[in-house]
Design a protein around this ligand. Sequence first.
Ligand code: ADE
Length: 232
Amino acid sequence: MRIDIISCVPQLLESPFQHSILKRAQQKGLVEIHIHNLRDYASDKYKSVDDYAFGHEAGMVLKIEPIAKCLRSLQSQRKYDEIIYTSPDGETFDQKSANRLSLLQNIIILCGHYKGVDERVREHFITKEISIGDYVLSGGELAAAVIADAVIRLIPGVLSDETSALTDSFQDGLIAPPVYTRPADFEGMKVPEILLSGHTAKISAWNLEQSIKRTKERRPALYEKIKHHLSH
Ligand code: ADE
């Protein structure tokens, strides 16, 4: 998979892809991430990428020219399956959206800007608008990093234990059960006995029971959606 991210503050995207799982995914050749500085596509001598909004008192808006130039340059090199724009008024991102995106070959993520982007970009270039939640960030970069992270870890081979994405919270509509590590007894706070028993079938049953209990208690709306699929 190839992900191109277009931003006017590319420095914000440096660290998230240089460590841990996302770094290894690139080293293994499972994903290519290319960050593009919108400023490199600005044509005026000030390299400006934003301008005042028509008809508004305040607030800067990302201009169409540098974005069009950058997108066209990328599109002349390969076909993109989606051109995503990060915005609080987009479709809310969830595990299902991450699963769908992880099946694509090439995607572009255009990072939004505080006051937004010239509407003509959204109308003519963008194929999908994504919000990572009902709150406003100062730019789309952190949202782009969140989306890319959630998608990349689902690409087969990215996680060393192939099953671990399958047991993630939300993957089966349930949130994950509690986990413990050594010591089994910390100052009298004990790990549930069953997990120390070595009885795999019983442990799996306990984990499922805990997942269901947690989902019911913590995410009642999620529980309502999936309860018909549970055998209990
Ligand atoms: N840009 C600003 N706020 C955002 C949000 N909640 N999701 C995606 N992009 C954003």
